[in-house]
Design a protein around this ligand. Structure first.
Ligand SMILES: C[S@@+](CC[C@H](N)C(=O)[O-])C[C@H]1O[C@@H](n2cnc3c(N)ncnc32)[C@H](O)[C@@H]1O
Length: 361
């Protein structure tokens, strides 16, 4: 294989070998859902003696912890070589492997940014009743190094969470229903197919349009499918051909959203510096319009010079907001609301809409 990176492909093979053929620094983000090393001994049965359809495949078997750690160090070293200097990696795992993954990530020089708890809305019960029900998996999000100027779409995450900061505990269902790929017998094709909702959040948080996303253990192709949908380039690696073929079929069916539909809430620092007066001049909030606080307890009128007036007090959007609430300071963009079709919206929305228009023009 050449050292060129082939975008938008799913490749078959041992991930370390395939990664060795790819050019260093050519990937922006990696999502890796590696073998868990569950160390299952025999079948797991429910109280009614039916067999639990869990992970008991050869790909998950390692002779001991040392073998698992050697393998982990091998693929994570290649992952680090492939990442752009500002790139990030996500690894997902359970208590069986996540601590080993975390230690090796740190040993190799990655810089951990967050550990995310994916709390499963519909976990598998604990059949033997001798432990707590295992109801979550952990994702570690790490930058290539402590110096990486990594991508985090903070505003988009906040928007996705009804305007509240996105927290590190995510409540999402397992992959079920139509999304779950089936084999010819109608049984689940893959024991650990991840839900698209999880990848949607991961990729929306940490990548930009046209970034390159690599999944070295792509299984049924969840990461490439979501990456394609979101207008990111993808590269998937999978050892087991039946999974790979199913993943290829799945990804081929995905339609890419057109670029103008992919724009997300921009980061504040990427927003143009637009003075409030711009919206008075261009008629979005003409002089005489009223703006309100969120609860409509306060009201101010927009002046032709972009100041706000309430009773005898006049000032900029920030100054008047601070004066009226007796606060030392106030972000007028998020404090004041304007009315559109009977509903209130923060005036910051006007800046965001202007930015989106400029992006797609
Ligand atoms: C935990 S599953 C990933 C499932 C995937 N995230 C999905 O949503 O379908 C791990 C996958 O890695 C594959 N695999 C295991 N070891 C591998 C290796 N050394 N190289 C490439 N693929 C490997 C397995 O066949 C399995 O499909």
């Amino acid at each position: 294989m050449t050292k060129d990176l082939f975008f938008d492909q799913l490749l078959q093979g041992e991930c370390i070998d395939v990664m060795k053929g790819l050019a260093g620094g050519s990937v922006n983000c990696i999502f890796a859902d590696p073998p868990y090393n569950l160390q299952l001994k025999g079948e797991l049965r429910r109280p009614d003696e039916t067999v639990v359809d869990g992970v008991n495949d050869d790909w998950d078997k390692f002779s001991d912890y040392q073998a698992y750690d050697d393998f982990t160090r091998g693929w994570l070293s290649e992952a680090r070589r492939l990442l752009d200097k500002d790139g990030t990696i996500w690894v997902i795992g359970s208590y069986h492997n996540i601590f080993r993954l975390g230690t090796i990530l740190q040993d190799l020089g990655f810089w951990i940014l967050n550990d995310i708890i994916w709390r499963k809305a519909n976990p598998m019960p604990n059949f033997r009743g001798r432990r707590f029900t295992n109801a979550h998996e952990t994702l570690i999000w790490a930058a290539r190094s402590a110096k990486s100027r990594y991508c985090f779409n903070y505003q988009a995450m906040k928007a996705l969470n009804d305007d509240l900061q996105m927290r590190s505990d995510w409540y999402l269902p397992l992959c079920t229903g139509k999304e779950r790929l089936q084999d010819e017998a109608g049984l689940k094709l893959h024991p650990t197919q991840k839900p698209e909702s999880l990848l949607h959040r991961v990729l929306l948080a940490s990548t930009r349009e046209n970034d390159v996303v690599l999944d070295p253990f792509c299984g049924t192709g969840t990461t490439p499918a979501v990456a394609k949908k979101l207008g990111r380039h993808y590269l998937g690696i999978e050892r087991y051909l039946p999974y790979l073929e199913a993943a290829r079929r799945r990804v081929a069916e995905v339609e890419v959203l057109p670029s103008e539909k992919l724009a997300i809430t921009p980061a504040k620092r990427e927003m143009p510096r637009i003075p409030f007066g711009f919206f008075v001049e261009n008629g979005s909030l003409p002089a005489g319009t009223y703006v309100y606080d969120r609860q409509r307890r306060l009201r101010a009128s927009v002046s032709p010079d972009g100041t706000l007036v309430s009773g005898k007090q006049r000032g900029s959007i920030h100054k008047l907001g601070a004066q009226l609430t007796n606060a030392p300071s106030c972000n007028g963009w998020t404090f004041w609301y304007f009315e559109r079709e009977g509903k209130l919206y923060p005036i910051d929305l006007l800046r965001q809409e202007t930015h989106t228009l400029r992006q797609t023009a």
